[in-house]
Design a protein around this ligand. Sequence first.
Ligand code: ADP
Length: 425
Amino acid sequence: MARPLEADPERVHQGIQAIAGLGPMAVNIAVLVWFWGQWRPLIAVMSVAVVLTLANVVFLERLARRLSRSLVETLRMLLNVAGISVSGHFTEWSPLIWVFVPYNMLWFYGLDRWVRPRVAVYLVLMNSIALADGAPPELALAFSLLGLFGYLLTERRASLLRGALDKVLEQQAGLERAHQEMRQIHARAMEQEKLSSLGMMAAGVAHEINNPMSFVASNVHQVLKDLKAHPGLTEPLREHVEEVLPATLEGIQRVNAIVADLRRFSRGDPEAFVEYELNAEVRLALRIAHSQLRHCQVESELGEVGRMVGRPRQMAQVLVNLLVNAGQATAESGEVRISTRREGDWVQIEVRDTGTGMPPEVQRYLFQPFFTTKPPGMGTGLGLAVVHGIVTSHGGRIEVASEPGKGTCFTLHLPCVPVPPAAGR
Ligand code: ADP
């Protein structure tokens, strides 16, 4: 957005002061030469010159520090009218004195907002006094016209220049916006690259763990089955059957879940894009995350979102991850709320909790793989990285609003039908 271009009256005034002072000096020298020997008019004009110079340069400038610039400029205008009238009277309205009229008007522009009314008052006053004092009307008309058009020209030129400057500023703002967007795209590309190299590593690790884990799981199952089938177990063996081996299987399931997360994170999941019912996935996610949400009040508000295109299993995974995080952050009496609603060709999914919230330093690293604030065994730091990967592969985006002590709200924006490049990913 271009800044409005307003000339600062003080700077305008300072800027023209030097030239403004030269004009009267030149005219006064001309008067001095022309009227040399006619002492009455000469003394009158020179006295007026001294008084006006002192008033303009010293008195009015001091006054400007206390009064508004408009008021000071109006006083200056009245003072100049008085000065020119005295000089005009004593020189019988010589054209040399009339020069002051258009000259004064030349530098009216840009001092404040009351210029046009002041121009009008100046011309009316000046001409009334001059004509009443017997000045030739054609001189009054000629110099007034000169003054008026000099002023209008200055005003028009300034407004054209201002228009051109406004355009330049607008273009500059556009460039700044484009630059900002480029920086964001660059940052996103860097993040994407980081995620994809981490993804490749994660896929390798997942693959390496997956194979041994499958035979560890099947062996433990087999041992448990065999031992259960054996009658008359000794006390230590019974303890193994009832506690140690089930706990081991639970551990194995957890490792498998982490490996599954890693594979999804690395986008090794080959699920195809299909039509699906988003609200059905929300209900499924609520059932899966139930054990993590038992302690708080869960609300769901599912709007008419219709059918969407995407990977439903992945979407359920996204929602489970968000709901589990919300549940873990929320205390006993807190609330977790999930809602869906359609907005044109997009769907908004909101997962809101009244939990711990997050300080800015946590929010900064939220989607980085392996970033967690949870104690070992509780978090892997992959949940939100998976969410991010899945949502972006569906052409969507995520917004997070969080306040420590108040809660967090994740909002997913998903296109109902992802554009082809996302569908191909
Ligand atoms: P994990 O849950 O395994 O720690 P995530 O990637 O899912 O990994 O989350 C990363 C971190 O983000 C969490 O450790 C937690 O600090 C923070 N976080 C995520 N969701 C919430 C939430 N709803 N409320 C508060 N903190 C959250």
